[in-house]
Design a protein around this ligand. Structure first.
Ligand code: ZN
Length: 147
């Protein structure tokens, strides 16, 4: 099964087995829950900010290998990004999952490129990113910067 070979690359298996940034983050600035009912994946994403930059991202949850690897890789990638860069990365990642084309700046996240060929797994890979977008939206509302 070459599709599965593509999909379950070493990096995905490693991140599933030993996810990075796994565990509740205290203190945090935002905690956002996400659910993918089609697979049963659930996660809570935590972000801690410092001067408008993501100081640390972490997650807890239960899910399949793809969702866990995506959350692990995402939380690695978010550290040190400002909120605009994090939002842009989410768009670039989701575009890769949609089109199969690896955009600029994705780094290790390109390991999930093969998911674009497996429609049943798309929501697993994008769940952490959709949750991130919700978290960023709630932070934007909190800041109330347009006063
Ligand atoms: Zn899943």
């Amino acid at each position: 099964m070459s599709l599965l070979d593509d999909l379950y690359q070493t990096v995905i298996l490693e991140h599933n087995r030993r996810p990075h940034n796994h565990g509740a983050l205290e203190p945090h600035d935002v905690a956002q829950e996400g659910v993918n009912p089609s697979c049963g994946d659930e996660l809570t994403l935590y972000l801690r900010l410092s001067d408008g930059t993501i100081d640390k991202a972490a997650f807890v949850g239960e899910g399949c290998a793809i969702s866990r690897a995506s959350a692990s890789l995402m939380t690695d990638a978010l550290a040190g990004l400002d909120l605009a860069a994090a939002a842009a990365l989410a768009v670039t990642f989701k575009e890769m999952i949609r089109s199969g084309e690896v955009g600029e700046g994705l780094g290790d996240l390109a390991a999930l490129q093969g998911v674009s060929k497996l429609h049943a797994r798309v929501k697993c890979a994008t769940l952490p990113w959709v949750t991130l977008q919700q978290a960023l939206a709630s932070l934007g509302g909190q800041a109330g910067s347009d006063s």
